[in-house]
Design a protein around this ligand. Sequence first.
Ligand code: TXA
Ligand code: MG
Length: 536
Amino acid sequence: MKTEIIKISATDDSGKYEKAVELLKNNQVVGMPTETVYGLAGNAYSEEAVKRIFEAKGRPQDNPLIVHISEFSEIYDLVSEVPEIAKKLAESFWPGPLTMILHKSEKVPMCVTAGLDSVAVRCPSHTVARNLIKYSGLPIAAPSANISGKPSPTKAEHVFTDLNGKIPLVIDGGESEEGVESTVISLCGDTPKLLRPGNVTLRELESVCGEVLVDDAVLNPLKDGEKVSSPGMKYKHYSPNATVTILKGDYKLFCDYVNKNKTSDTFAMVFDGEGNDLDVEFITYGNKNDYRSLSNHLFDCLRELDALGVKQCFVRCPDETTDDLAVLNRLLRAAAFKVIDLKKVLLGLTGKTGAGKSTVSRYLKEKGAYIIDGDIVAREILVDNPELLNTLSKKFGSGILENGALNRKKLAEKAFSSPENTALLNSIMHPAINDKIQCEATEAFKTHNVVIVDAAAIIESGYADTCDKLIVVTAPEEIRKKRIMKRDAISETDAMIRINGQKKDEFYESKADYIIKNYEPFLLENELAELINNIF
Ligand code: TXA
Ligand code: MG
């Protein structure tokens, strides 16, 4: 099938619509401009037309369609009852980007509503769309005119890209003004419920309806087996071919993260005026203080990523303020809910024995950080962990166990008897410790923005690579010796044995993002000022 494109403008007369009207009356489907996004239009009363819509888009059968009308009065054919609240909403927002879900009438075929007893109705404001509906004399079922899963089309050429050869005609009515699909509100329950945010905002809905519930699926991924209010919410959506990741946090954090984690494939999508501090290529998608400017260009920019062949894209995203729900909702789906919160910082804290790590740790805890103590984790994982004890006894002999429990002294004797044995112990313990730390950190981030892992062997164990930044605490050898002699009540000889067993200063300092001198005449407060300023 050859796909034709006809340009129609708001001022053109009915003659221009003849071909499209003819096709609709014959149960064919047509690409139709609307103020939100382009729709794939078909006769809502015809099972044949509806089947064609689902086929052309590759749309899952259980995802119902919106029925479009040109005047409010046409709603009476489609629904069993028009509640007062629907009239009020129509008065305020129709014609325009609002879809209402109501109990359906007998006349609407089940294939349109995917078996539901409710129907979605919308009266678009785009003149060409309204004329097309009026001239055809039919209610028009129309989902967005993209291949299922792709970003919705906001230009005729987007429809052509997705559906060329699959449909006979696309009407080019110019670029869609709104840029995101309509707001969907269900009026079937006791309280109106927002199912899909759009450019009629939650605040605007509340001004008419009073209380409006927000469906969980608006900002959250579906849990396994969860039932959805709006079937469209459960599918991967709006996705360019690139892997999209949302980075939460301010622009500076965004740049730091992208520049640090970039590969040759990395690209960025940022707000207007941003991007010059990035070491990667980028596009901008709108003014961060104007949600309409963002929603207008969002889909176009997501499609642009495909046109540019982008493989990995980091995206700036509006906060969860009410007005920005539509953009956030679409971006979350484009990213398959992959969000990295840059305000959450994982810090590694290490240093040689006696350097004063614990003092630094206590100081940062007072500033609000959550501290994970590597020593405690190492001790804890050996309790109630038959699998780990089993591995250790296989490697070091069953003599390290006593009545099934670990005899630490015996293990230490064996493990520290040679460098090979020490390495063997570490190769068993480090991955187990790292796993436990990771679990504890994930939990801690639910309540804290900064989590610090205080561990002597954090570099050797590899966990320092997982941390965003590494803090190394230092002090001269003479001072460290005195501190550990006093702290652990040991002789100078024993203190020196411990000190000499550790790696050189350069080993720590070469990996450090922050080197903290914890000895006189340096003041800890001054030493930590930059870190506190950057992170807390
Ligand atoms: O702006 C728009 O709404 C565009 C233009 C073309 O009008 N249309 C559009 O349609 O976005 P579509 O099919 O891509 O999205 C319709 C959404 C889906 O999430 C669908 O699950 C939901 O509306 N929906 C339709 N009927 C429903 C019903 N009876 N109950 C709950 N959700 C429904
Ligand atoms: Mg859609």
